[in-house]
Design a protein around this ligand. Structure first.
Ligand SMILES: *Cc1c(COP(=O)(O)O)cnc(C)c1O
Length: 370
């Protein structure tokens, strides 16, 4: 059948879709490429999900994830009106673009704040894709060489940063570097902004501090959280925003009626009932992260200090792309971002201690042959 390009909007024809990390089904593969948690969900979560698989599957789930929002409100000492749950936080990031950013009219040239989606480079590579899908303008501002966020003063001086941008995404801790930011600095950044700021805290449970208070302090700040990474629940797709009831109510208006599947809601509620299990896992992941960083540093890698469940490491002797292939040949999958500022580095998710040891052994063997 010939394909009908004329049926597809020019904007969509021109799109470069987001490229997620591979999910190959290779037996014995050590998968350190998509920042999944190496530990399974709590036995209580598995039991709750299994117990829910019965004839109730014919019913629609709760449209607003009410029980989950009640539990989250108690956890974060906020109101249910401060919360919206999404089909993963990715869905909410997309909704934020649709809710707060005016698409750019075809006739307009140059940049205007109300059409602008702004973010730092490098950060989560989904943000520019979301802006393109929406027909919005993009502003990617370089992080400092050590992946620090420039001060408000330096951002003001740069003339490129727009404090009135309709929507600004800040990945904190940063991905793919793992670098964390003090709440004090994020507070100053948020305070300087007029448009909506989303603090994307996907990895914050592995960090020393979080900035949730800013979403309850400022009416234009949203904090994004997810059950995927720290709570071992990628498969179920549950994330949420915390923020001012006016922003949250606006987002609810554009939400799909049943955006969060029922088993995901049950799994997330059960997760919040067993936080001690997860906090023990955070400690294990953090201990493995520090050991892996040390081991790779000894082998000549340059490792960025991480506050997340992955590390960014610049490998010695061979290019990052060559390392990617050589590790893959040894059934170890890591992530490499080809066309990016960090194309000289590998992003390595923290696995179990045994998986991290296997990576270090493989790296040692590769170096012997290099
Ligand atoms: C993984 C990730 C997300 C998305 O998480 P989901 O809740 O699984 O959609 C959002 N932001 C960042 C920075 C991430 O790394």
């Amino acid at each position: 059948m010939p394909k009908p390009p004329h049926l597809v909007r020019p904007l969509v024809q021109a799109l470069h879709a987001y490229v997620p990390g591979e999910q190959p089904k290779i037996k014995g593969l050590i998968k350190l490429n998509t920042n999944e948690n190496p530990y399974p969900p709590s036995p209580k979560v598995l039991a709750a999900v299994k117990a829910a698989v019965d004839e109730r599957l014919r019913l629609y789930p709760n449209p607003t994830a009410e029980r989950l929002r009640e539990k989250l409100a108690a956890l974060h000492r906020c109101r249910v009106e401060n919360l919206i749950v999404g089909n993963g936080s990715d869905e909410l990031l997309a909704m934020a673009v649709r809710c707060f950013v005016e698409p750019r009219p075809a006739s307009r040239r140059g940049r205007a704040s109300r059409h602008l989606v702004q973010f730092f480079d490098p950060s989560y590579s989904l943000y520019p894709v979301l802006a393109d899908i929406h027909g919005a303008d993009k502003n990617a501002f370089p992080l400092e060489p050590d992946f620090g966020i420039p001060s408000v003063r330096d951002l003001s001086r740069s003339r490129q940063w727009d404090f009135a941008a309709a929507l600004t995404f800040v990945t904190t801790p940063n991905a793919p570097s793992g670098r964390g930011y003090p709440t004090r600095q994020l507070d100053a950044l948020c305070r300087a902004h007029k448009g909506v700021v989303v603090l994307d805290e996907a990895y914050v449970d592995f960090a020393g501090e979080h900035a949730l208070e800013l979403a309850l302090k400022y009416p234009h700040v949203l904090v994004a959280r997810t059950f995927s990474k720290a709570y071992s629940l990628c498969f179920q797709r549950v994330g949420y925003f915390v923020g001012h009831p006016a922003l949250i109510a606006a987002l609810h208006k554009i939400r799909d009626s049943y955006n969060v599947n029922g088993l995901g809601q049950i799994a997330a509620v059960a997760t919040l009932g067993d936080l001690a299990y997860y906090r023990a896992n955070f400690r294990k992941v953090i201990a493995s992260r520090e050991r892996l960083a040390r081991d790779l540093t000894h082998l000549g890698f340059v490792v960025v200090p991480s506050q997340s469940n992955f590390i960014l490491a610049r490998p010695p002797r061979l290019t990052a792309e060559q390392w990617l292939a050589k590790l893959r040949a040894r059934k170890i999958l890591v992530r490499w971002f080809a066309h990016s500022r960090v194309s000289d580095s590998l992003r390595i998710s923290i696995g179990t201690p045994a998986e991290c040891d296997a990576l270090v052994r493989a790296a040692r063997a590769i170096l012997k042959q290099a």
